[in-house]
Design a protein around this ligand. Sequence first.
Ligand SMILES: [Zn+2]
Length: 531
Amino acid sequence: MVLVSARTALHVLFIKIIVFIKKNMKNQDLVDYLRSCGVCGVCQLRYLKARGSEYKDVKETLRKLDVEVNEIVENGEAAISPEDRPAKKARRGICSTCLGLFSEDFQMELLAGILASDFAKYDCQKIVLAICLPMSLQLKQLAMWFALQRKFGAAVDGNNPPDVPIKEAVKLILHPIICEKLSKEYDANGLMINIDLTHKLEDEEVEKLVKLNKDAFPAKAAYQKRIEISRGLLEKQYQPSKVKAETFEKYFEIPCSTVEEPLKLTSIDLQGPLVCVAGRYRKLSRELSHTPWVMNGQRLMEDSIEEIIIRHVGPHFTERLDKITFMSSGREDVDVRCLGKGRPFVLEIPNAIRSCLSKEKAYKMEQAVDTSGKVSVLNLQVVAREDLTQIKTGEEQKKKFYRALCALKEPVSVEILSKLQIPQSFDIQQKTPIRVLHRRPLHTRPRTIYSVKAKVQRGNPKALVIDIVTQAGTYIKELVHGEFGRTTPSLSSILGKHIDIQALDVVGIDLEWPPEVDNSTPTEEGATNIR
Ligand SMILES: [Zn+2]
């Protein structure tokens, strides 16, 4: 028994050694071949399918993979031995597969370009690079793919690229380097640095590509008058399993040769992040609209909740206040107040120059809004973009809490009071109120009323204070007076008496978002509230 297992172990070890030798022989062979084609050190690692941090030290990683490092392996520069180099040309060639994208020269140029842009104007800790690469790079990749198949045969798959594709490599290699040099963090939602790169040969190559496309896909070319050559098309259609090497070679070299010109940085544009600032507002005025109230080009009310909040919060994040979107979990009528904990809202601020908000600054904004005397805000904070769904979905399911001041033509009796104590829920049918028909379609909507509770107003025997809990979207004024039977049942139909609503307050909205924050007391850890 012992003997058998010892033999098995030996056998496994033997196989492991064989695999080890084979693998390493292949690595060395592969790298030797790539070097002979003028492929830089970083790209050699791409073809060895290196991951993440392995790109930090090219020589070290090559050594780990048992590849000799006796050649020049400067990033992005082709490793051509001195005797192969044209005598008149002092400098080394540009990598034949990345066209110098991963060279230190290019990193320096890119960094200088970013610093020379409006970069300093943005106060954002998180960045993302969006690089637009010329199609030449995809052609180089394909040429190398064909070349490797010719050299190594079936070991190179025709469907899956033999390298870590340039786009992915940009994330693995360029992103960390640029982030480190700028002392920033990577975040897909951060300040977007749009980088446009071109190559001298691109136009010429695209022309050839149009011809190649007709040759490689004649059936498609026959019925499509004009084929748009795009990066997407190249990615999808141009693989050794779909295009023959012989066809490709009529137009492009296999393997691709080194080039003299590196990629050219043509432009750098910055786009600030989309910042979302949430909070809850309380509406203290019965003469204030939700958003600017304009009719026939005339303003009917000089201010609005939206404008007051944006005026005090917006300038911290952007100069373009007109680009800010104000959203809230429902809204109230001009003459309705919103009290209690207030109504959740969020400002969507595109292309922001700043992505964080300190508690101290948030508190100052809250105080500034308070000075309007019409609106107050609390819990101001920057929230993640994904959280916006909180305010947008489930609106109909939410409960709303109201307090209505209602008037009768007679003093409130015990009978009236008892009819308006309804602890259990009931359903009503509500036609679109006449007052909103100009902006809402005519429908009959079922709505649930969860409870009704009335009491006599102190000092006024003909007035009732009624607390009503309803499904969101219920028209409360119509629920009270019934609007000539357009809402049934209504409090008026339940009483069998005319009842009028004089004032309405929203006193609660059952959305526990955004989280409560007390901005008046700075936290110990630096008093910041950074997303
Ligand atoms: Zn390269």
